[in-house]
Design a protein around this ligand. Structure first.
Ligand SMILES: COC(=O)c1ccnc(N)c1
Length: 225
């Protein structure tokens, strides 16, 4: 998979070198490049924003630099992801779907957002998704892009050393993951649940399923029909 990120703060993405993504890049599983949107400005001040039509607080990102950036970065097989609080919810299911795309382009807005015509223009050429990582506002879309990048790339075949570890995760079966325990068996007077020491795999699976349902009922009743 090829991944590009376009932002006025491309250095936000340097952190990816530290994580598993660094290894995935070395192994050739992923090609990643961050781009500075200001590379596509034409004035000496490298202007990327202006005041909103219709008035209101804040500034809006101008369409021209984005259009020129997309002209250079997009291919017919690209999927453009605008990270925005006004987007569709980012879910494990969506991460799974996006993990099979050939080319992801993350468009990270700042200020009050990007001129909507940038989205419309891109939609006339390639697949475009406006995606939110939750019901809250950030100062920029970069952190959301990093979260989505990690959730998507870790699902790619060959990315995680132990493919098993991504099978039984929260949200992979519509429920939250069961609680986990490791050594020591007794810690500060707290014991590991007996069933996990029993060696009865059927009983352990039953207990874990019940724990998942209970945890989901407590923390995310909206996930239970
Ligand atoms: C500027 O971007 C955001 O504030 C943002 C992006 C994606 N998801 C959110 N919940 C917020």
């Amino acid at each position: 998979m090829r991944i590009d990120a376009i932002s006025i703060f491309p250095d936000y993405f340097n952190v990816l070198e530290l994580s598993l993504l660094g290894k995935a890049k070395q192994s050739g599983l992923i090609e990643f490049q961050a781009h500075d949107l200001r590379s596509w400005t034409t004035d000496k001040h490298k202007t990327v924003d202006d005041s909103p039509y219709g008035g209101g607080a804040g500034m809006v990102m101008k369409p021209e630099p984005w259009g020129l950036a997309f002209d250079d970065v997009l291919t017919p097989k690209s999927t453009v992801i605008f990270t925005t609080p006004a987007g569709i919810p980012f879910t494990q299911k969506l991460a799974q779907e996006l993990s099979t795309r050939e080319h992801l382009v993350f468009a990270c807005g700042r200020y009050e957002g990007i001129d909507q015509r940038v989205v419309e223009n891109a939609r006339s050429e390639v697949e475009v998704l406006e995606i939110s990582i939750g019901d809250y506002v950030l100062n920029g879309g970069e952190v959301a892009a990093l979260a989505m990048l990690e959730a998507i790339t870790r699902l790619m075949p060959g990315f995680m050393g132990n493919a098993e570890s991504i099978v039984e995760e929260s949200h992979s079966d519509g429920l939250l993951e069961y609680p986990s325990y490791t050594k020591p068996q007794s810690w500060r007077g707290l014991e590991v649940p007996e069933v996990l020491l029993s060696g009865h795999h059927a009983e352990i699976e039953k207990w874990r399923r019940a724990q998942s349902v209970e945890r989901t009922r407590q923390n995310r009743p909206d996930l239970i029909d």
